[in-house]
Ligand binder design. Structure first.
Ligand SMILES: [Zn+2]
Ligand SMILES: [Zn+2]
Length: 167
């Protein structure tokens, strides 16, 4: 008692199957779920937990699985940033060294003040500090009467020593 499918029904079924196989005929074969289960976690910022046996990678923060290629690519970018930062730091050190060198050439007897000790006159009870003794980077000491904090001063001892050596 089976009823033969009518030609019309057969054609419709063929079309449906064809439509599924050829996205142009109907709706796309693949529909992509947008931001499926997006946790708001920026995996790339948190590092990767590796399961070496299963060869799988997971986000250290949220535990979501990450494609191995993505893990590698994120690592590559992190490494690039690190190299960039190191280069930047080296450049800053070089610039600072060059600046100090120029300063030395321009004013050869200017020395950095590396320490400062107050000179006190204990007979003056209210304000016993009468000045400071600056310790310079060259090892010499220099008196200062004002209470300004100087970071650099000309070292007269170094200057005199150089003048003596010239004579
Ligand atoms: Zn994550
Ligand atoms: Zn000196």
């Amino acid at each position: 008692m089976t009823k033969r499918a009518s030609p019309v029904v057969a054609v419709t079924q063929t079309q449906i199957v064809k439509a599924r196989l050829d996205p142009r005929l109907n709706e796309p074969y693949f529909s992509v779920i947008k931001d499926a289960g997006f946790s708001g976690c920026q995996h790339a910022q948190h590092g990767v937990k590796l399961d070496k046996t299963k060869q799988r990678a997971y986000c250290k923060k949220c535990g979501e699985e990450i494609a191995l290629f993505d893990a590698l690519w994120n690592y590559h970018h992190a490494e690039e940033r690190l190299v960039g930062t190191l280069q930047q730091m080296q450049k800053m050190r070089d610039d600072e060294a060059a600046r100090k060198q120029r300063e030395r050439e321009r004013r050869p007897f200017v020395r950095e003040v590396v320490g400062r000790v107050a000179r006190k006159d204990m007979t003056l009870k209210a304000e016993p500090i009468i000045g400071y003794v600056n310790e310079l980077e060259c090892g010499h000491k220099q008196q200062q009467n004002s209470d300004r904090h100087l970071s650099r001063v000309t070292c007269h001892e170094c200057k005199n020593a150089a003048a003596k050596a010239k004579r």
